[in-house]
Design a protein around this ligand. Structure first.
Ligand SMILES: [Fe+2]
Length: 337
């Protein structure tokens, strides 16, 4: 029977692939964003600056602080890669979210399991690079390889997951071919997964099942409770898979962004390591909006790992703050082995 041997969660934001001297590129995007989400409300950049004026982000913006935090994230990613290669799982399940890359609002499933034989990771072409938001292109190597690559899926596990979860009353959308978004003309696996293939697996991509969770876009985002349930069901499916293979379960995204909320990130991490789900279930759902909602890709990994005897290690948390309004990304990394 299959065995869960590794769990991993990691942030994947573009600042992880951008030297601090160039973070100003993303500040331009913050200024253009009319709906910066912070604690359930939306702000323009000047409004957010005013609302957070008492928080004093000046010390966070010193170049040596930014460099120290960035270095720490790079070391954390290296540590995640080291653990991945040391554990050497045969198969992975990677939970992530699409950000209107290959899905669009013509069809947005809440939970989708990919069951194709293989799939591609496709670098952006010149025209697509030009259309990216400010400051994103530089971080592209974090997600996409220099040339189009084909990765192995794991249809046997994927079909077993689909069947097993449907038998537990989950309504699962499925895909045997990644959709192509007509407007963006993007193809291939989105950035949430690309980060794990490029930076954690370091291009030595094991056969894997991408699970898409629509954490980002209303009106059909899964609740925290649903994400906990999904993790349990995924773990039960792995345990009942009749292959003698070692399986990793991974969640990609978060923590708070594009507005960094360090107290929330720390509260989330505390709930994440807690032995019960009470603290996790007590977060109001409107804390999980915009990029911060990607933390819902971490939650199934927690509930899956809680069914195993694997031990959790929090590798690091770093608030990468890029502007006086506290915009940026909270970056967190943890594993179970
Ligand atoms: Fe993302």
């Amino acid at each position: 029977m299959a065995k869960i041997v590794l769990g991993m969660v990691a942030s994947h934001g573009p600042l992880l692939g951008t030297p601090p001297e160039l973070w100003a590129g993303r500040v331009q995007a913050d200024h253009q964003n009319p709906a910066l989400c912070f604690r359930g409300k939306e702000y323009t950049f000047p409004e957010l600056l005013a609302a957070r004026s008492n928080e004093n982000f000046e010390p966070d913006l010193a170049i040596e602080v930014k460099k120290r935090r960035f270095e720490a994230t790079q070391n954390a990613i290296k540590e995640m890669a080291r653990v991945f290669h040391e554990v050497k799982p045969d198969v992975a399940i990677v939970i992530g979210n699409d950000q209107m890359e290959i899905m669009s609002d013509d069809n947005q499933p809440m939970i989708m399991i990919y069951h194709g034989e293989r799939f591609e990771n496709v670098p952006f072409n010149e025209e697509q690079l030009k259309r990216l938001g400010p400051g994103v292109a530089i971080a592209e190597p974090n997600h996409h390889p220099p040339r189009r690559e084909t990765y192995p899926g794991q249809p046997d596990l994927a079909l077993h997951l689909i069947e097993s979860m449907i038998s537990e009353d989950f309504d699962i959308a499925t895909s045997a071919r990644l959709p192509e978004q007509m407007e963006s003309k993007l193809t291939g696996i989105p950035h949430a997964w690309g980060f794990f293939y490029r930076r954690v697996m370091e291009d030595r991509v094991v056969p894997n099942v991408p699970i898409f969770l629509n954490t980002f876009y209303p009106p059909n985002r899964p609740s925290v409770k649903r994400c906990l349930d999904i993790g349990g069901a995924v773990a039960r499916a792995v345990e009942s898979w009749d292959k003698d293979l070692r399986v990793a379960i991974m969640g990609s995204g978060g923590m708070s962004h594009f507005v960094v909320d360090e107290p929330f990130d720390r509260a989330f991490m505390k709930a994440f390591v807690a032995p019960t789900y009470d603290e996790m279930l007590a977060f109001p759902d409107n804390m999980f909006r915009s990029g911060t909602a990607e933390l819902k890709c971490w939650i199934p990994v927690k509930s899956a790992m809680d069914r195993t005897s694997l031990k959790m290690t929090v590798v690091d948390y770093q608030p990468l703050i890029r502007s006086p309004a506290g915009t940026g990304s909270g970056m967190g990394f943890a594993y179970w082995r």
